[in-house]
Design a protein around this ligand. Structure first.
Ligand code: F6R
Length: 614
C-alpha cells in the first residue's frame, strides 16, 4: 500500500530514489512521483499516473538535480489514480512537499476546517489535507517544520508513514510513522528512508525501524534524531540488516512470480535449517523452547491471517489439531478485530503474515494482546511490525517475496506450522514416536520432491494454453487439500482475472454443481491420500455433467487417468505434507494461464503486496 523513499547526502538523489521506488513497486503501482530540492533551492515536484517507468519518461527534459529528495509509488485509497492525486503533494504556498503511506481517517473534518481558512485543494486525496495542515500550523504559529509536524500529527486519526521536505531547508527531511512502516538507513554522510529495507540495503546495512508516533529528524551532517509527538527524544536502536541483493532481482526469470515458485525447494531448506536435525531425529523451534510452558498450557489456539496466509492457517489447524489435540480456530484478521472475540489468558493467538505489515492482522494482534492472549507470529519480513508486536514467533526465512501473488511464503508458512505442530506434539506426547519420526523424515524429503514437481513446468505450460478460454474455474479438494483448492483459486483470480472458486469437494453437490457444463474447468486435488475414493466419486459427478477435469494425482495413478481430462502426477508423500507439493502445480497453472493471456503477472491490477490499510 504505497511505497515511500527518501534520500539526503552528497550524491544525486534522483537515481537513488527511482531505484528505490522500483524496489518498492510491489507495494503499489498506479502512479508515482518525486520531489527534489535543487542546488538553486527550487522545490521541484514531478508526478504522473502509471508506473515508475512512466515517471522516468515524464521527467526527461526536467530539472532532476539535487541531493535531497523524496519519492512515492501509489496504491490508491482516496481518489482515483491520476497525476493530480499522485504524491508528493505540495502545500498551497508550494514551499512544502509531502509523501504518505496510510489513511488519514478524519481528513474530511480537517479539510473542511482548512477550506474555511482559505486553503485550496487540488486533489481528492486524504494526504493533501496533511501537508496543508502542517503549513497552516507552521505559518500561523511561526513554527519550524518539526514542531508543525508534531502538532499536525496530534490532530490526525489514522495511519501514516510520511516524509516532508521544505523548500528553504534543503538540509532536512522530517519523517514520521504510525501503523505504517518506515525504515531509516544510516550511511556515510548520508541517510535513506523507505517503507522497507529493500531500497536501502544496497547502500548501508545500518537501519532504524521507527516505532509508532516517532518522528525522525534527518539532517545533513548531523546524527539521526528521533523524537515523539511531545518532543521527547529517544535513542534510535540501530540494527544491521542482511539482505542479499540477488534476492531482489529476477535472476534470469521472466517474472518474480516464476522465480519465487522455482525457489521453493531452496526456501524450504532454508526454513528448516538449524531447526530440523534428521540425524538426531529432532525438531527445535527456539520460540517453543523459550515459551514452552505458555504454549503447552494453551487450551486453544486461534490463528489470525488474511488471504494466502489465511489458507496456510487452515492447514495449520489440521496439523495442530491432529498432531497435538489442541483445538484451533482460524479467523480472518479483518473479522476478528471488529468482533468482540472471547479471548483469555490461556489462549495462544498465532498471527501469520508474509509482509508482517498487514493492517488487519496487526490490529488483530493488538486486540488479542490487550485481552491477555499470548501472541506467536509467523512472518517473513524480518523486523516488520507484526514480529515486533508479538511475544514470540518464528520467521519463515524464504527471502523477499516480490511477486504480488504469494507463492513461496505459503509453503514457508506451512513448513513452519508443521514444525510447530511436531515440536508441540513431541512435548505433549500426542503423536506416537514412529509417526513423529515418519513425518519428520518425510519433511526432510520435501525439497527434493518439490524439485521433481518443478520438472512438470513445461507440461503445465502446455496445459495452460488449452484453458485460456475459460471465464470461470472451480477448484476442489478435501481435508488438507481444501485450503490448497482455495489457494489455487485465489492465485488464478489474482493474476489472470478469471473468476475461480475453491470448495471442499464434497460440498459441490450442495450448490456449485449447478455451474458444471462442458466449458467448466474443474481442478481436483486427488492425490493417493485420505479420502481418495471419495474424491474419485466427486470427479465422476463432474464428468457426468461434462465438466473438464484437471486432476492433481499421485505418480502412477491409473484410475483417475481413465476419468479425468488431464492429470498432473506428483511424487508420493504423507497426507499431512501433501499441500507442500500440491500447491506448486496450481501456482504454475495460474502463472502460465496469466502469461498466455498477456497479463502483468508481477503487478496485477488493483492489488498491492503489502496491505497496510484496512
Ligand atoms: C495472495 C496474497 C494476499 C496476501 C494477503 C496477506 O497472493 O498475496 O492474499 O496473502 O494480503 O498478506 P500478508 O501475508 O503479508 O499478511
Amino acid at each position: 500500500m504505497c511505497g515511500i523513499v527518501g534520500y539526503i547526502g552528497n550524491k544525486e538523489a534522483y537515481p537513488i530514489l527511482i531505484k528505490g521506488l522500483k524496489r518498492l513497486e510491489y507495494r503499489g503501482y498506479d502512479s508515482a512521483g518525486v520531489a527534489l530540492i535543487s542546488k538553486e533551492h527550487q522545490l521541484n515536484v514531478y508526478k504522473t499516473k502509471g508506473r515508475v517507468s512512466d515517471l522516468e519518461s515524464f521527467v526527461t527534459q526536467k530539472d532532476i538535480s539535487g541531493n535531497i529528495g523524496i519519492a512515492h509509488t501509489r496504491w490508491a485509497t482516496h481518489g482515483e489514480p491520476c497525476s493530480i492525486n499522485a504524491h508528493p503533494h505540495y502545500s498551497t504556498s508550494e514551499t512544502l512537499a509531502l509523501i504518505h503511506n496510510g489513511i488519514i481517517e478524519n481528513y474530511a473534518v480537517l479539510k473542511e476546517k482548512l477550506q474555511a481558512k482559505g486553503y485550496l485543494f487540488k486533489s481528492s486525496t486524504d494526504t493533501e489535507v496533511l501537508v496543508q495542515l502542517i503549513e497552516y500550523i507552521k505559518t500561523t504559529n511561526h513554527f519550524d517544520l518539526l514542531s508543525a509536524v508534531q502538532l499536525a500529527l496530534g490532530e490526525v486519526i489514522g495511519a501514516y508513514a510520511i516524509a516532508v521536505l521544505e523548500k528553504d531547508h534543503p538540509n532536512e527531511i522530517i519523517a514520521a510513522r504510525k501503523s505504517s512502516p518506515l525504515v531509516i538507513g544510516i550511511g556515510e554522510d548520508e541517510f535513506f528512508l523507505a517503507s522497507d529495507a529493500t531500497p536501502i540495503v544496497e547502500y548501508t546495512d545500518r537501519v532504524v525501524y521507527l516505532e509508532d508516533e516517532e518522528i525522525a529528524v534527518i539532517r545533513r551532517d548531523e546524527e539521526l534524531k528521533v523524537v515523539n509527538l511531545s518532543n521527547v527524544e529517544t535513542i534510535p536502536a540501530v540494527i544491521r540488516v542482511k539482505l542479499n541483493l540477488g534476492q531482489l532481482e529476477k535472476g534470469g526469470y521472466p517474472h518474480f512470480m516464476l522465480k519465487e515458485i522455482f525457489e521453493q525447494p531452496g526456501c524450504i531448506t532454508d526454513c528448516m535449517r538449524g531447526r530440523i536435525n534428521l540425524d538426531k531425529n529432532n525438531v527445535v523451534l527456539s520460540a517453543v523452547i523459550d515459551h514452552k510452558e505458555k504454549l503447552l498450557r494453551a487450551k486453544r489456539f486461534i490463528i489470525v491471517a488474511c488471504g494466502t496466509s489465511w489458507h496456510a492457517a487452515l492447514i495449520g489447524k489440521h496439523l495442530i489439531e491432529s498432531f497435538c489435540r489442541i483445538p484451533v480456530e482460524v479467523e480472518y484478521a479483518s473479522e476478528f478485530r471488529y468482533r468482540d472475540p472471547v479471548i483469555d489468558a490461556d489462549d495462544v493467538v498465532i498471527a501469520i503474515s508474509q509482509s508482517g505489515e498487514t493492517a488487519d492482522t496487526l490490529a488483530a494482534v493488538e486486540l488479542a494482546k490487550s485481552r491477555g492472549a499470548f501472541i506467536y507470529g509467523i512472518c517473513n519480513a524480518i523486523g516488520s511490525s507484526i514480529p515486533r508486536a508479538t511475544h514470540t514467533g518464528s520467521y519463515i526465512h524464504v527471502g523477499p517475496e516480490i511477486g504480488v501473488a504469494s507463492t513461496k511464503a505459503f509453503t514457508g508458512q506451512v513448513t513452519v506450522l508443521t514444525m510447530l505442530a511436531l515440536t508441540l506434539a513431541r512435548e505433549k506426547q500426542t503423536l506416537s514416536e514412529p509417526a513423529f519420526l515418519a513425518i519428520l523424515q518425510e519433511l526432510g524429503n520435501i525439497p527434493a520432491k518439490m524439485k521433481e514437481v518443478m520438472a512438470l513446468n513445461d507440461q503445465i505450460a502446455e496445459l495452460a494454453k488449452i484453458f485460456t478460454y475459460a471465464h470461470n474455474f472451480i477448484y476442489l479438494g478435501r481435508g488438507y487439500s481444501y485450503p490448497v483448492a482455495l489457494e489455487g483459486a485465489l492465485k488464478l483470480k489474482e493474476i489472470s482475472y478469471i473468476h475461480a472458486e475453491g470448495y471442499p469437494a464434497a460440498e459441490m453437490k450442495h450448490g456449485p454443481i449447478a455451474l458444471i457444463d462442458a466449458k467448466m474447468p474443474v481442478v481436483v486435488i486427488a492425490t493417493h491420500n485420505g479420502l481418495y475414493e471419495k474424491v474419485i466419486s466427486n470427479i465422476q459427478e463432474i464428468k457426468a455433467r461434462k465438466g473438464k477435469v484437471i486432476a492433481i494425482v499421485t505418480k502412477g495413478d491409473t484410475i483417475i487417468r481413465q476419468i479425468a481430462d488431464c492429470c498432473i502426477e506428483l511424487p508420493e508423500t504423507l497426507e499431512c505434507l501433501d499441500s507442500l507439493l500440491t500447491t506448486i502445480p496450481l501456482q504454475l497453472l495460474a502463472y502460465h494461464i496469466a502469461v498466455c493471456k498477456g497479463m502483468d503477472v508481477d503487478q496485477p491490477r488493483n492489488l498491492a503486496k503489502s496491505v497496510t490499510v484496512e
